[in-house]
Design a protein around this ligand. Structure first.
Ligand code: FES
Length: 364
């Protein structure tokens, strides 16, 4: 490796010192090296050191803010009052976002500032040469040693210690977020497996809660419905969570328009009335658009399209599986009711989705 200058910060490389090496234009060399303030003034170097350490401390503070947002702010479903719950949710999201941004930015900016102000900035030219063996290995080791020396990490313990602390703490928010994949009963994905739908639960209009007579649904119409037992849930946050899982799209088509149905689902519809989860199986947007002539349901987020005439199978877009169908029938009074809960978890795919349900309701 040939260095221009003596390899120390502040080395001067003279323009025009190169040779032509057979090229038409002489190698102009490198421009003269201009030392930075921190190269020539120890006070400036100390100032830069403090600035870098401050950025690492900012990262540490960001990680702490993240944890405060995650653990100290009450969850939305712990509030009875909707507006208090929403305020808590906003505060929590702000703390999580600001905290993780500061944690990452602090380390990133600190390392960049360190490299720009304190690490040597001399130019290095490395010529091509044939590969050797032991000599190359020794040279590579020397390069690593030089880089460590050039970072000045050994003689600036403040930088080393704040960097180690920031780097150790910064990944912790990700570890905590993975806690949401906990499969225990009250916390985590198990709560996604079941909704409020159950045998005999009436389908009602949202938000009035009016039951729906099968005879009132005209061919070609589509509506958004919720389970009647939703109103029995008292906490506003909990009610919203359950509503998000249970919301259903109901539509009626000519029974002759149905294509071949999945075996076992022949009695899941009532005289052309069919129901499915409104939560898109891609990443969970509400599927909202029904095209009565093609019987296609469209998710506006990424254009996944589902065919209601064929058990809501995916006909276009990134969704990986059909919308879960809700088995329905009518009660003695002619009102639409569910035959059971969904027979598969609603919403986007998640890792544990295919695992055997502890209660044995869903297939593995
Ligand atoms: S969320 Fe529906 S297509 Fe992406």
């Amino acid at each position: 490796m040939a260095e221009h200058g003596n390899g120390e910060s502040g080395a001067v490389v003279t323009a025009g010192e190169g040779e032509s090496n057979g090229y038409a234009i002489d190698n102009p060399g490198l421009p003269p090296h201009r030392p930075r303030l921190a190269d020539v003034d120890e006070k400036a170097a100390k100032r830069s050191e403090r600035q870098v350490a401050t950025l690492f401390l900012l990262s540490i503070i960001g990680t702490v803010i993240f944890f405060v947002g995650y653990f100290a702010v009450a969850r939305m479903d712990q509030f009875d009052d909707y507006f208090e719950g929403m305020t808590a949710l906003r505060v929590q999201n702000t703390l999580l976002g600001v905290g993780s941004a500061l944690a990452m930015l602090g380390i990133g900016l600190g390392v960049v500032h360190w490299a720009r102000t304190l690490m040597p900035d001399h130019e290095i030219v490395e010529d091509r040469k044939p590969l050797r063996k032991e000599a190359d290995r020794a040279e590579a080791e020397q390069i690593v040693t030089d880089v460590i020396d050039e970072t000045q990490i050994k003689r600036r313990p403040l930088l080393r210690n704040t960097l180690i602390a920031a780097a150790l703490l910064a990944p912790l928010p990700a570890v905590v977020l993975f806690r949401d994949l906990d499969t225990s009963e009250d916390f985590g994905v198990e709560r996604l497996r079941h909704s409020l739908w159950a045998e005999g639960v009436r389908l009602v209009r949202d938000p009035t809660g009016t039951p729906i007579r099968a005879a009132d649904i005209t061919i070609g119409s589509a509506m958004h419905v919720i389970p009647e037992n939703l109103r029995e849930i008292s906490g506003h946050g909990e009610r919203l969570s359950e509503k998000a899982k249970s919301v259903v799209l109901l539509m009626r088509m000519n029974p002759d328009d149905f294509n071949e149905q999945i075996p076992g689902r022949e009695d899941w519809t009532h005289e052309g009335i069919i129901a499915c989860s409104k939560v898109c199986t891609h990443v969970g947007c509400p599927v909202a658009l029904y095209e009565r002539h093609t019987h296609h349901l469209l998710c506006p987020c990424h254009q996944s399209t589902f065919d209601a005439a064929e058990n809501f199978k995916v006909v276009f877009g990134p969704a990986g599986r059909p919308l879960p169908q809700l088995p329905i029938t009518v009660d003695n009074e002619g009102f639409l009711i569910a035959r059971s809960d969904f027979t598969e978890p609603i919403g986007p795919t998640y890792w544990e989705r295919g695992q055997t349900d502890p209660e044995g309701d869903f297939p593995a």
